[in-house]
Ligand binder design. Structure first.
Ligand code: F0G
Length: 496
């Protein structure tokens, strides 16, 4: 018998429980060695705020963010050498143009010298958000921007321009019995009500794909289509916050009816066909360490309704970022980004990426830990309220802050509180805390960085803390309780 036929008689490689990764390590970095006592001492000096903790002392996994933390491929490292640092029209600009056209569609990147510039590079996502909402804020007063869930910097940039940010999370996000794979959707019912209630006051509608604030959950094509139709029927353009567009497309392919046989690229094109523009941080699905942008559809409703905004964006770039052809990025970073965009839509990459995050979350669930199910594309979200449900901790004890501090000090892993502290606020006048709907600790998984055993160790460490949860004290906020974006600045002490 010949070899191919003999191979056919064996179980398929797809049936293996342990499939190899779709890549191998190209260069590795050894970590420094620190003890729990050393980490604890430093973290205490840093006021228990894990953002202030030196990353070189992290002996476990750094899951603070999946943003800018991607391990680059050998092709990306090689492309850095091709970076052209010219002040005007560097080579990378044209390479990026080609890639953006290839991934999102030709209509999102006109030639720079055309009379209708519609692609604007920024050094990262929030710089683009700042530019866009500064322009939108000038359109009128009492404006409202609804979303399926604004990210914190997006919301802050909207509010900084005296626009109201309205979050219309799907009711399924809080429904444990819901079997939906698309809990990141916008609540259509509430969206319809908002459209009725605020005629003429909604300059643009936003959909964040995937929904980072809403448990990292994906948005279905059906929801994108429906929100687009409703927006357009009301003469309102639709924008995507597209940071994790490829991961979102993976979920559509794998869980939404009718998409199984479609390629990721085709699905991405369909997603963006419903939008009139998008803002993006390329630090996520650009697989880059730096980069962001605003892209407007050349014949879309946004440019038709607001013809002056593209020129305002160019002015903003020139005043604050640099020449529009590099927009605050170095030429080499543009090259790395353009090369990253080629990799991110590959199925072998995405399959491994999302499944790694899913397995990490399922591992936590098997330990009995209250994680948001199903697991999203870039992170595992632990429900802090449920974690401390049977203990004496109260919301104002900010158990999530205690949890991330202990996880870092005792076991060397860094996670991020995105809950009552990060999204809550404190009114100095009334002395009252305001708590948001969601109370999570997020474990964001950097792309191409960790292996299964690293993440297994995180799950096991959280389980140890869960078993000791009645011994975990709450924290007192010793600085910054009343500040905006307080989680980046505050300092804490354990209560007893
Ligand atoms: N939109 C979303 C959905 C994001 O997740 C982020 C960043 C931004 C916009 C802003 O982009 O960082 O390049 O300015 N999210 C990171 C995180 C910081 O940890 O989730 P940026």
């Amino acid at each position: 018998m010949n070899l191919p036929n003999l191979v056919k008689k064996l179980p398929e490689e797809n049936s293996l429980d342990s499939r190899p990764r779709s890549y191998f390590n190209h260069s590795v970095e050894f970590k420094k060695v620190f003890t729990a006592e050393e980490r604890a001492e430093v973290l205490e000096k840093a006021g228990l705020n894990v953002f202030f903790f030196p990353s070189e002392m992290i002996t476990g996994c750094d899951l603070l963010s999946d943003s800018g933390t991607t391990t680059m491929t050998n092709e990306q490292w090689a492309s850095l050498h091709l970076g052209d640092e010219a002040y005007g029209s560097n080579m990378g600009y044209f390479v990026l143009q080609e890639q953006v056209r290839e991934v999102f569609g030709k209509e999102f990147f006109n030639d720079m010298a055309s009379e209708a510039p519609n692609a604007f590079i920024f050094h990262q996502g929030r710089a683009g958000e700042g530019a866009l909402f500064t322009s939108i804020g000038k359109l009128g007063t009492g404006l409202i921007i609804p979303s399926n869930g604004h990210f914190d910097t997006t919301q802050a940039n909207i509010e900084a321009n005296r626009i109201q940010a309205l979050n219309l999370f799907s009711p399924e996000l809080k429904d444990e019995n819901s079997k939906s794979y698309f809990k990141g959707n916008m609540d259509i019912q509430r969206f319809k009500e908002a459209l009725k209630k605020h005629p003429g006051k909604i300059p643009v509608v936003y959909l964040t794909v995937t929904n980072n604030t809403g448990g990292g959950q994906p948005v279905s094509m059906e929801n994108i289509r429906e929100v687009s139709e409703l927006s357009h029927n009301n003469d309102i353009p639709l924008f995507l916050d597209a940071c994790r567009f490829a991961e979102n497309a993976w979920f559509i392919k794998n869980y939404e009816q009718g998409y199984k046989n479609k390629g990721i690229k085709e699905i991405v094109r369909e997603m963006f066909s419903y939008a009139d523009g998008f803002t993006i941080s390329f630090k996520k699905d650009g697989l880059a360490n730096m980069g962001g942008g605003i892209f407007l559809k050349s014949d879309g409703l946004f440019v038709k309704k607001y013809p002056r905004i593209p020129d305002e964006l160019v002015n903003y770039q020139i005043l604050r970022e640099g020449n529009p052809s590099y927009g605050g990025m170095s030429g080499r970073d543009i090259m790395a980004l353009a090369t990253g965009l080629k990799t991110v839509t590959k199925e072998e990459y995405l399959d491994y990426r999302v499944k790694q995050v899913q397995e990490f979350g399922q591992g936590m669930q098997k330990f009995g830990l209250p994680v948001v199910m199903p697991i999203g594309g870039h992170a595992v979200y632990l429900d802090v309220s449920k974690f401390f449900d049977d203990t004496k901790l109260k919301p104002e004890d900010f158990g999530g802050i205690s949890l991330v501090a202990l996880l870092l000090a005792a076991y060397g892993h860094r996670a991020c509180e995105l809950g009552y502290f990060a999204f809550g606020s404190y009114d100095k006048e009334t002395g009252k805390d305001k708590f948001p709907d969601v109370n999570f600790v997020r474990f964001a998984v950097p792309r191409l960085r960790y292996e299964r055993q690293d993440l297994d160790s995180v799950a096991e460490s959280v389980k140890m803390l869960y078993d000791s949860r009645d011994k975990i004290p709450g924290v007192k906020v010793v600085y910054g309780k009343d500040l905006p974006l307080r989680h980046f600045k505050a300092r804490f002490e354990f209560k007893h």
